[in-house]
Design a binder for this molecule. Structure first.
Ligand SMILES: CC(=O)SCCNC(=O)CCNC(=O)[C@H](O)C(C)(C)COP(=O)(O)OP(=O)(O)OC[C@H]1O[C@@H](n2cnc3c(N)ncnc32)[C@H](O)[C@@H]1OP(=O)(O)O
Length: 215
């Protein structure tokens, strides 16, 4: 599979490792740190605006937005307005994915994750290294489940939610859209939209979600 990664920060390096795990190839990096489109050492580089040019130049390519921040990832998705079929679903070879789970396009599933039975994962979401997403979860679009987080059974994660590293969510809990759960939290009650919750058990912080959540 020939992949174009949009964004060239830390998250894109881990996506590159997913692609190597199934012997795919990164043919281009598009990032706005580049002012012009160029070819070097068997790869193309250019600004994000060159996505449509690269589609016209190279056949059978797929894109992935390799940016960890949920809001930035969504804004680039909206800016590019590419049809769904241009986005890859990338799953590391070491991930364990139930046959009854489903994962939509643009989402990335990192090394040593588990996605269990009847879980649904939406578009452009990240299931990061070593996290466990148990059975019957509903994970929406532009979500980030950070490394080593655990979602137990029948958890609902709405659009744009960021679950911090090592956090645990108990069964049947719902997290409202664009909320942030702090690293190491234990979430035992529903969390409303656009809020930050931290601690064990997780409590709402007074301050609402800020732009920078430490992704
Ligand atoms: C491969 C990768 O890197 S994937 C990305 C993984 N990234 C993460 O897991 C980051 C998760 N982010 C966090 O945990 C952050 O601390 C957040 C989003 C919860 C809070 O960030 P901010 O809003 O900037 O909060 P800030 O740092 O100002 O702290 C405010 C208060 O919350 C407390 N707090 C912050 N985070 C946590 C936490 N995870 N658990 C418990 N308390 C916390 C602070 O101690 C502080 O308490 P105080 O007011 O009593 O002094």
């Amino acid at each position: 599979m020939k992949i174009v990664i949009i964004g060239q920060g830390g998250h894109s390096k881990v996506i590159n490792d997913i692609i190597l795990s199934f012997e795919g190839k990164v043919i281009a990096y598009l990032d706005d740190k580049y002012e012009a489109f160029f070819y070097q050492n068997d790869q193309y580089f250019g600004p994000i605006s060159s996505a449509k040019y690269i589609i016209s130049k190279i056949k059978n390519i797929k894109f992935v937005i390799g940016i960890g921040d949920n809001k930035v990832r969504k804004s680039i998705y909206e800016r590019l307005a590419l049809p769904t079929e241009f986005y890859a679903t990338l799953i590391h070879k070491s991930a364990i994915i139930s046959q009854s789970a489903s994962i939509e396009s643009g989402s990335v599933i990192m090394a040593r994750t588990v996605v269990n039975a009847n879980t649904r994962i939406g578009k452009h979401s990240i299931i990061n290294t070593g996290s466990i997403v148990e059975h019957d979860n509903r994970i929406s679009n532009f979500v980030h489940i950070s490394p080593n987080a655990t979602l137990t059974g029948s958890v609902t994660i709405n659009e744009g939610v960021h679950i911090g590293a090592g956090a645990t969510v108990i069964p049947n809990v719902s997290i409202g859209e664009w909320s942030v759960i702090g690293a190491g939290a234990a979430v035992i009650t529903d969390i409303p939209a656009y809020r930050t919750a931290v601690g064990v058990p997780a409590k709402l912080k007074i301050k609402n979600v800020t732009e920078d959540v430490g992704v």
